[in-house]
Design a protein around this ligand. Structure first.
Ligand code: URA
Length: 244
């Protein structure tokens, strides 16, 4: 692929900006960090690493990443009160060219005060595959609640509760009481405020919420709050292979 096209495809700006970056000597390629000033240079993209100014980048045909979402961030591109999770990502990820929506998009949403595993991608099929209720991708949440959990609440969450304005009962596929005020809840749908509304329906109140797992993917301990990393090919394959 041409060097200028590589920069453009990875989100380093318009074609004109990319051309300027190359011609002004801001681009280095390969492990040897070689200065590359020919916009037409043809490079093998598989495994390609390059540097644009101080940003070291690994070429990715499509972007799949995970973010350890901190509290106090909204999943919207245009947040109303709190900063957007997109501000936690480097600009190229937000600028990658795409169809209607440029840049990576979140796979579903977490509330502003929810922490934990958030997937993002610019692969529309992947986003649909992971967020469509038809595919039943399990999501595991660790909730802290105001009132001590009891067996009756746990049973009701598993049997199904009716949420206001939604006549069809929703149920957890797994629910484990992990402490007097903590539980682990696995859901395969992603309705608005679902965990909070389910706990409210059994007479309790969520005071803290964290997503620890989506499908086969666990939030790794080493990924600090606010940090992101690429998903490995194996992680993407295992997420999309899952048929439940
Ligand atoms: N359920 C909620 O209530 N909030 C979230 O952020 C995710 C699931």
């Amino acid at each position: 692929m041409r060097l200028e096209e590589i920069l453009y495809s990875q989100g380093f700006g318009t074609r004109r900006v990319c051309l300027g970056l190359i011609q002004q000597g801001h681009v280095r390629v390969g492990a040897e960090d070689r200065l590359a000033q020919d916009p037409d240079e043809d490079l093998e993209t598989d495994g390609l690493v390059f540097r644009v100014q101080d940003e070291l980048w690994a070429f990715q045909p499509l972007a799949y990443l995970m973010l350890n979402k901190p509290a106090g961030y909204e999943c919207s591109q245009k947040p109303s009160v709190h900063p957007s999770v997109y501000t936690l990502l480097p600009p190229p990820l937000r600028q990658r060219p795409g169809g209607a929506s440029a840049g990576v998009q979140t796979v579903g949403r977490l509330d502003q005060d929810t922490t934990g595993l958030l997937l993002l991608s610019d692969d529309g099929k992947f986003i649909h595959r992971m967020s469509s209720p038809k595919h039943h991708v399990p999501k595991v949440y660790q909730a802290t609640v105001r009132d001590a959990m009891d067996e009756q609440q746990r049973r009701r969450l598993l049997e199904g509760v009716v949420l206001r304005d939604d006549p069809k009962p929703v149920k957890a596929v797994a629910c484990e009481i992990t402490g007097p005020h903590t539980l682990s809840l696995t859901l395969t749908e992603g309705k608005y405020h679902q965990v909070k509304r389910m706990l409210a329906a059994v007479g309790n109140l969520v005071t803290g919420l964290h997503r620890s797992q989506t499908g086969s993917l666990h939030l790794p301990d080493e990924l600090s709050r606010g940090e992101w990393r690429w998903l490995t090919q194996e992680e993407v394959a295992s997420l999309t292979a899952r048929q439940t």
